[in-house]
Design a protein around this ligand. Structure first.
Ligand code: ATP
Length: 171
């Protein structure tokens, strides 16, 4: 399983500004260590102690999107700041949930679809950047592959952050 963390104006479940949700993925028989041993129920009960919402293996990405991401998208388009990120060990399902596939789109394409559906009816400036932090290297993913070089990480109040060196795309 992995966790989604949702700070900001997201207030549908309690009044806390940060929500932690856990999604279980089905056991995958391609990993021998995951062959079912009937212990998932016990794990579930422990997770419930700290999560605001637990998504079982039977729940779809669509369901997860409707329950936790869409309210965040709506409040963000309304002018609030919002962040959603996924973390978890390798193969826990972060990419599956956030990116998905052509047939089962993940949270990011579903959110983009919703954003564009909403803003097409009004005048709106949308600026998009896309970066990867991998092994402490920050990369701008909107730059052509052959032109990419690591973004510099600087600290301090008056120096630019990685984001300010990034390409920004106005849609
Ligand atoms: N909810 C799910 N239902 C069915 N299959 C899933 C689900 N979540 C993940 N998987 C499958 O589990 C495998 C690992 O998932 P994924 O690649 O998303 O993990 P990851 O957390 O992004 O891994 P890494 O950190 O190594 O990139 C993939 O084969 C993916 O299709």
């Amino acid at each position: 399983c992995y966790c989604c963390v949702l700070p900001s104006a997201f207030r549908t479940m309690t009044e806390d500004a940060v929500k932690v949700c856990v999604r279980f993925r089905p056991l995958l028989c391609i990993y021998p260590s995951e062959l079912p041993r009937g212990s998932s129920g016990r794990v579930h009960r422990h997770v419930l102690l700290f999560a605001d919402r637990v998504f079982t293996a039977e729940e779809s990405t669509d369901q997860l999107y409707r329950d936790i991401a869409k309210p965040l998208v709506v409040s963000t388009v309304g002018g609030y700041n919002g962040t959603m990120f996924a973390y978890g060990q390798t193969c826990s399902g972060k990419t599956f949930t956030m990116m998905g596939s052509e047939h089962a789109p993940g949270v990011i394409p579903l959110a983009m679809e919703d954003v564009f559906q909403t803003i097409k009816k009004k005048e709106f400036l949308l600026r998009v950047s896309y970066m990867e932090i991998y092994n402490e290297t920050v990369t701008d993913l909107l730059v052509d592959h052959w032109k990419r070089k690591p973004l510099e990480v600087r600290e301090g109040m008056n120096v630019s952050s990685p984001q300010s060196q990034q390409s920004g795309h106005v849609c």
